[in-house]
Design a protein around this ligand. Structure first.
Ligand SMILES: C[S@@+](CC[C@H](N)C(=O)[O-])C[C@H]1O[C@@H](n2cnc3c(N)ncnc32)[C@H](O)[C@@H]1O
Length: 261
């Protein structure tokens, strides 16, 4: 980790709240059920076993990079095990996303950045009756993840092999509402703001948008600040790894919290 990132993380840890600092019932429950809760769901065992398999998979894959790249993986040919260990949401993060979906039950879920498909599986298994749309520009990752979806026998994932820039507006024009958005690719200011603004057209008052790696770069931090400041956003939560925004109308005043994750 670079010094700048370490300092940002120290500042985050020193300023973040735990359940003891949260007075609103919504936030207290959010913290206890989604962050502090270590009780596993039944699906976690299978998902963990898939993760372990992927973490020892020596298959080599050539990546076409459509986004801002990776800080840890910078070659175009990578082993699946390297991607599983360093290029996707880790266990704690993926389990948090599963719990988030399980609690709020969004109908249409969109993931920007499929990679090898493991987090898509968490989203799919959390809500088997919902529709999970996942987009990735890299054809080899698209093929690999589709094979994984077939092996696991999921029926609620639609995967799209295209650039987010063109695929997201097309997908949004086809769905009646966007209930959950997980932006996990192309971590740079302009594209992040473009995805956010285009997604706003299909949000409803119960929608939740999650942005991965909000401290990844100065550009991402700038994007995150602007997203929080947007007048449609009523509540924003900074978990360092994730930035989460809500559009709930019962929030009379805009609120922002930094939560220890
Ligand atoms: C961090 S990985 C996604 C990890 C995945 N969500 C997980 O946790 O399992 C980011 C992915 O986004 C894809 N990507 C980045 N920018 C893109 C773009 N502009 N269009 C399409 N795909 C893009 C990359 O190919 C990469 O596979």
């Amino acid at each position: 980790m670079e010094i700048k990132s370490i300092l940002k993380y120290i500042n985050y840890r020193l300023t973040s709240y735990t359940e003891h600092d949260l007075h609103s019932p919504f936030l207290f429950n959010f913290y206890m059920e989604l962050i502090k809760n270590e009780h596993p769901f039944g699906d976690f065992e299978e998902l963990n076993a898939i993760r372990t398999q992927l973490e020892s998979d020596n298959t080599k894959i050539t990546i076409s990079d459509f986004g801002a790249g990776s800080k840890k993986l910078n070659t175009s040919t990578r082993e699946i095990k390297q991607i599983a260990k360093h290029g996707i949401a880790q266990k704690k993060q993926a389990e948090f996303l599963y719990r988030l979906l399980n609690k709020f039950k969004p109908k249409n879920v969109v993931e920007l950045g499929t990679s090898i498909g493991l987090t898509s599986l968490y989203l799919s298994k959390a809500l088997t009756k919902s529709s999970v749309y996942t987009i990735d520009g890299c054809p080899n990752l698209f093929n690999f993840s589709n094979e994984l979806f077939k092996k696991v026998d999921t029926t609620n994932i639609t995967s799209i092999n295209d650039n987010f820039n063109s695929a997201l507006p097309i997908l949004l024009s086809k769905i009646d509402s966007l209930d959950f958005l997980y932006v996990d690719g192309n971590h740079a200011y302009e594209p992040t703001m473009a995805y956010f603004k285009s997604a706003l057209h299909k949000k409803n008052t119960n929608s939740i948008f999650v942005f991965d790696d909000i401290y990844w770069s100065d550009g991402m931090q700038k994007a995150w600040k602007e997203i929080c400041a947007n007048k449609e956003v009523t509540l924003s939560l900074d978990l360092f790894k994730f930035g989460i925004v809500f559009f709930k109308t019962e929030n009379k005043q805009k609120e922002h919290f930094v939560l220890k994750f």
